[in-house]
Ligand binder design. Structure first.
Ligand code: HEC
Length: 169
């Protein structure tokens, strides 16, 4: 009977040790799980092709889209398709893809049912947007020239600045 308390002690110590081993083990494995899941997340982010392309875009695309959405979208629509009978589309037209000065002329001075290509077709009047800054005009024009399926050389801020000073009254 004297051995009993000693045996009890040994068992308790043994169980205590066992639980510590068990605890350490479970901590370790959950840490491993965390590490693996965060690794998978990083891989998904770097693999996303959209993110990579967005970062590769020239800065005028982001700036121009912002101006376009704030100022031009109501009439020319998000896809550049315009509104039939009211506002012309900005897709593959001579005024959009052609001479930079002609496009700047329309943006600066506006246009009133006078477009050679679409005479009297569009009931709306476009006011001039010369009150926008040179950088805003350069980026929105370049954005349009490279969106909606268009592909044309961007217009630089310097080109807008010299257009503005050449057309000062
Ligand atoms: C109130 C509506 C309206 C807004 C806002 C507007 N436009 Fe226009 N836009 C027109 C109309 C209408 C025409 C056609 C005018 C005409 O027939 O003479 C036009 C024509 C154009 C053209 C020539 C289209 C072509 O290829 O023949 C360009 C380029 C253009 N707009 C760019 C812009 C830009 C850039 C903005 C924003 C800074 C803008 N527009 C904002 C109504 C608008």
């Amino acid at each position: 009977m004297r051995k009993d308390p000693l045996l009890k002690h040994t068992i308790t110590i043994f169980l205590f040790g066992l639980s510590i081993v068990f605890l350490l083990n479970s901590c370790n494995s959950s840490g491993k799980e965390n590490r693996t899941s965060s690794k998978t997340e990083t891989q998904t982010v770097t693999k996303s092709p959209l993110k990579v392309r967005e970062a590769d875009l020239p800065p005028y695309m982001a700036k121009g889209r912002k101006v376009y959405r704030q100022v031009c979208l109501t009439c020319h629509q998000a896809n550049g398709g315009g509104v039939s009978g009211l506002n012309p589309p900005l897709i593959q037209t001579k005024n959009v893809l052609g001479d930079k000065n002609r496009m700047l002329e329309i943006i600066f001075m506006g246009s009133e049912a006078g477009l050679e290509d679409n005479k009297s077709e569009y009931a709306n009047v476009m006011q001039g947007y010369g009150m926008l800054g040179d950088e805003e005009i350069a980026s929105v024009a370049s954005y349009i020239r490279n969106s909606f399926g268009n592909k044309a050389e961007p217009i630089t801020v310097e080109e807008v600045t010299s257009f503005r000073s050449a057309n000062k009254k």
